[in-house]
Every structure is written in C-alpha cells, then in structure tokens.
Design a protein around this ligand. Structure first.
Ligand code: TEU
Ligand code: CA
Length: 549
C-alpha cells in the first residue's frame, strides 16, 4: 500500500520460545532466557519479534492448544516476565507481535469444559458439538494431524470437531459470543502493549454453514478431506473486518495472517489496504516445489523460488505488501531442502539471505536461519516430539509401511527439524540449556553457533547482519519496484528502482553448476558470497551492486 508503515520497514525475527534459550536448567526455553538474548537480536539488526504462543497450554501441540489466553505457560515464566520482555524489546526500539490462535482452543480450556458440562447451554455453541453414534462421525472431514476431524465424547454421546489434534477443539465463529470473547482478549493484550499479532490458520475460522461433506476427489488432491469447506469460507471477510474494526484499528495494531492454501488473488482480498482486514498474510505455496508435499524427500528447486517471488513482486503493486519468508517452526530447513550437500551449505545460506533481504516486502527470519541451520540428525521415532510427526508415523505403520519407510517420511518433513535447540556457543547443547533439552539436537552446534559466527566476518550470521544493515540504509530495497531482468534457467537477476535513489541490482546463480552472468557496467559491489574471482558465477553465487544513476 502507498503509505509508509513501521511493519513495511521492519525486519522480523520469529522466536519459538520452547527452543530459544532456557534460563533455569529444565531443558525448556523460557521468557527470562529470551530477555537475556535481546542484545543478540539488536546486534543482528532485528526490529520486530514474533513470539510463537507463550500462553498456558498442556502442550499437546506445543502451545498451539491454548488453555488460558491470559496466562503465561508455567514452563515459560510469569506475566511479570512477559512485562519485562515487552519492556526490554520496546526499550530497544523493537516491536512485539504475539501468536493469536483462535481457530481452536485446548480441550482443557474452561470454555470447552463448560461446553461438555452443558452442551445445550451457552458454551455448547462455542464449539462444533454434534449428537450422534460412536461409529459415524457427522461428516467425512479429516484432521491435519491424521485421522478423522471428529472426536467422540462417550459420556455426552457427542462428536466434537478438531481440524488439528483431538486436544484442539475448533471454535464456532458464527456464534457472536465467540467473536466477542476473541475481540475482548485481543484488546486485553493490545492494552498491555503488544504491537500486533500473527493469526494462526486464520482463514480456517469461517466454516461453511452446516459443515458440508468434503468432495472425496478434492480430499485426495489436497491430502485432507473437507478443506474446501473452510479454507476460504463465505463469512471469512466479515469476521476479519469485525476483528480489525473492534480490535486492531483502535489500537493501531499490526496483523499478519497465517493462511495455508490462500493464493495470490485471495491474499489481495485479505490484505488490500482498502479492505481493512489484515496487513499481510503468509502464503505457503512458496515452501514446496509444485507437485511435492513437505513429506516428500526431494530437492526443492530454487528456480521455483525465483518464479514464485518474481510473480508476487510483479503483481502485488502498491496496495499489497508481501511477507517474505522461507522458514518457520512448521517446516524443515530450506538449505537441506534445496541441496543437503555440505559443500554448498554456506553459499546457499547466504544466497537465501540475499533474496530475502533485497526484495520488496517484509522479511521474517526464523530462529537459526541466520546461522545457516540445516535439518537435524534424527535416528528413530523416539527422537521426535511433534504430534503431527508422531501421528503421521503411526498412520504410515497402520497403512503397512515399514518403520524405515515411515522414518524416512519424518526425516523429510518433520516440523521438529525447525525446533531443535538454538545453538549459542560450543558448550554442551550449544549453550541452550545446562539441563537436558526437551528435544534433542545433534552436534552441529560445535561449528554452527551464534558465538562462533559473530566472531567470523564471513559467517552466515555476519552476512545476515550486513544485509539487514544494507536494507535499512537503502529505502529502495524496502519500497522500490522490482524489475526482473534475467530469469534464464538457474539464473535470476533483478533491479530495485525508485525515483529518488540509485538502483540496486542483484545477480544470483540458483544452481550448483557455474553460470555465466552479465555484470552491470559501472556497478559498485555492495555484497558477494564468494571471495573476488573472474569469470562465471560459482555454485549458488550471489552478488549485489549499486548501479550508477
Ligand atoms: O499451522 C497450520 C499449518 O499451516 C500447518 O499445520 C498446515 O495446515 C498442515 O501442516 C497442512 O499442511 C499452524 C501452526 O503454525 C502450527 O504450528 C499448528 O500446529 C497449527 O496451526 C494448529 O494450531
Ligand atoms: Ca526453562
């Protein structure tokens, strides 16, 4: 959108608190640990932090199953710790956004407990509860975490809808008291000084009335039955506009929606600056080369990343703003997806930093991405903690797969790859904890860790710091237009332009093979991920030039 805004100029950092820094030796990250690392984030150049959920939770889905929206998870600390964290960020000029998980609550949330106690009372309408028989669920919808999307409650002779784990019960947004309760809770956090929210699977909240059965063919195509009946429901815009008007606008709060399945056209309807719904959305189509799902063991093609990003840069124009991301707590590490050969690890890491930090939009860096983290060395099912992975493993065994085949699927797609302890230094467990980490890592921290990389001007960390500073010093990298000038196979070159500054050109070799690139005449080199050399670009080589007028 035309107007400048802090969230357009921000560089966001996503913290997964459980794995970031443990301060009390229980092997679980916590808020005091994050407070101890605020100077690290400032040194990197971060201007805004997104915290994955820190609310009271039984942790069936690691905090995405909330039991009390206005209480801090005991393992993470207290509300006083939250206040110190908020103040520590604001004192450093950094913004704080929290994770808003309101498509569902934990089954242990008082609202759900009251619904079970009196299904025909007011709280019964907060959820999707349907009377029935124990062997016939109300419809054919399936869960994202394996099995049916319906859980049977024998005492009440009721089915309850859960798109995710059976301990995550979907809220009924068509019931006005639910929308009132959510707006009230959001306002409570905004009054407490939170600057905005990342809204968890927010496009799923508007289930089509009557919960129509899913089309089996669509279910086969999408991998989940029923998704067409809720991923872009007919009341979605209405609910988002209400949340914007009652909560975000009055507090001048920022909002980025997590919207699996939403493509470019729908994202425009959700985020246009004339729509008054959300500021941005995460579109997940960027994360898998077409024809593949996260569980496939395949090589992600960086030519696809180019085509996807160039398309958005071309089509978003001035009324929309792109969230730029390549990793989060739900996905394996991008370096491992693109090319797991260790000889290319650093070059690829730096190439990805160049792309994310020189395009139009807002970069979101996931913890460890700035260190060039790769997938973890897991060995058997006991190494995994994620409910999605564990359920997937048992689903595969039940379908007749061998343990080895099921493990290979988890090694390709498990969310636990992103959740291993953040490596701070070369002490045991990378300095994440003096205890035993809740999720075991491997010994990659001995070479790749914050301490070692901050001391090395040619490290991945130093590259992120350099490029963040370059972005912050050059508004053309934030607000400029993007002209792609070379998109031959395995090549990408684009020029960032505006009316007031010298243009900046980026040139990238997207492959492990050498590539002839045309260096801009009169360009002054701002960054390269290889030492100076003549001739063709080396494997995954990236360079940034400032052009003459
Ligand atoms: O993730 C939802 C999401 O995008 C994925 O779970 C996706 O829907 C699924 O894997 C099919 O591809 C959000 C949170 O980021 C995730 O951590 C939670 O587990 C989930 O919602 C439920 O809250
Ligand atoms: Ca702890």
């Amino acid at each position: 959108s035309m107007l400048p805004a802090w969230w357009k100029e921000a560089v966001f950092y996503q913290i997964y608190p459980r794995s970031f820094q443990d301060s009390n030796g229980d092997g679980i990250g916590d808020l005091p640990g994050i407070i101890d690392r605020l100077d690290y984030l400032q040194e990197l150049g971060i201007t805004a932090v997104w915290l994955s959920p820190i609310y009271d939770s039984p942790n069936d889905d690691m905090g995405y199953d909330i039991r009390n929206y206005q209480k801090i998870m005991a393992e993470f600390g207290t509300m006083a710790d939250f206040d110190r964290l908020r103040d520590g960020l604001h004192a450093r000029g950094m913004k704080l956004i929290m994770d808003l998980v309101v498509n569902h609550t934990s089954d242990e949330h008082p609202w759900f407990q009251k619904a079970l106690a009196d299904p025909s009372g007011p709280f019964g309408q907060y959820y999707f509860l349907r009377p029935g028989q124990p062997d016939t669920p109300p419809n054919n919808w399936t869960s994202f975490f394996s099995g049916s999307a319906w859980r049977w409650f024998p005492e009440q002779q009721l089915w309850g809808l859960h798109l995710f784990s059976p301990k995550q019960m979907d809220l009924n947004w068509s019931y006005p008291p639910v929308r009132d309760a959510v707006c009230h809770m959001v306002n409570w956090w905004l009054d407490r000084g939170v600057d905005g929210f990342r809204l968890d699977v927010i496009n799923y909240i508007a289930k089509n009335p009557g919960l129509p059965a899913g089309d089996p063919l669509i279910g086969q195509l999408m991998g989940f039955t029923g998704v067409e009946e809720y991923f872009y429901g007919r009341h979605l815009h209405e609910y988002l506009r209400e949340l914007q008007e009652r909560s975000f606008t009055p507090h001048h709060a920022f909002s980025v929606g997590e919207t699996p399945g939403i493509g470019m056209q729908m994202s425009k309807l959700l985020t246009g600056d004339y729509r008054h719904e959300l500021d941005m959305v995460f579109d997940f189509d960027v994360l898998e080369t077409p024809g593949h799902v996260r569980w496939d063991d395949y090589r992600y093609d960086l030519n696809y990343l180019r085509d996807y990003l160039a398309d958005y840069q071309d089509h978003y124009g001035s009324h929309y703003w792109q969230a730029l991301f390549i990793e989060n707590h739900d996905n394996p590490r991008m370096i491992s997806k693109a090319n797991p050969d260790p000889q290319y690890r650093i070059a690829i890491a730096k190439l990805l930093a160049v792309i994310e930090l020189t395009l139009r939009g807002t970069p979101f860096i996931f913890q460890g991405q700035e260190l060039g983290r790769v997938n973890a060395q897991f060995h058997n099912i006991r190494d995994f903690q994620d409910v999605e992975s564990i359920n997937k493993y048992h689903e595969l065994l039940a379908a007749g797969q061998t343990e080895q085949a099921a493990l290979a699927v988890l090694l390709a797609g498990s969310r636990d790859h992103a959740r291993t302890p953040m490596p701070w230094d070369t002490t045991p467990h990378g300095g994440f904890t003096t205890g035993t980490p809740w999720l075991a890592g491997d010994d990659d921290y001995r070479q790749y860790n914050a301490y070692s990389e901050m001391a090395n001007p040619r490290s991945v960390w130093s590259t992120y710091r350099h490029l963040i500073k370059l972005r912050q010093a050059n508004p053309v990298l934030v607000y400029g237009a993007t002209d792609t000038v070379d998109r031959r196979r395995n090549a990408w070159s684009y020029i960032r332009r505006d009316d007031d500054h010298q243009p900046i050109q980026v040139l990238i070799n997207l492959s492990a093979r050498q590539k002839r690139m045309t260096i801009p005449a009169g360009g002054s080199l701002l960054y390269r991920n290889y030492p100076a050399h003549d001739g063709r670009f080396k494997a995954y080589e990236a360079r940034v030039y400032r052009l003459p007028e």
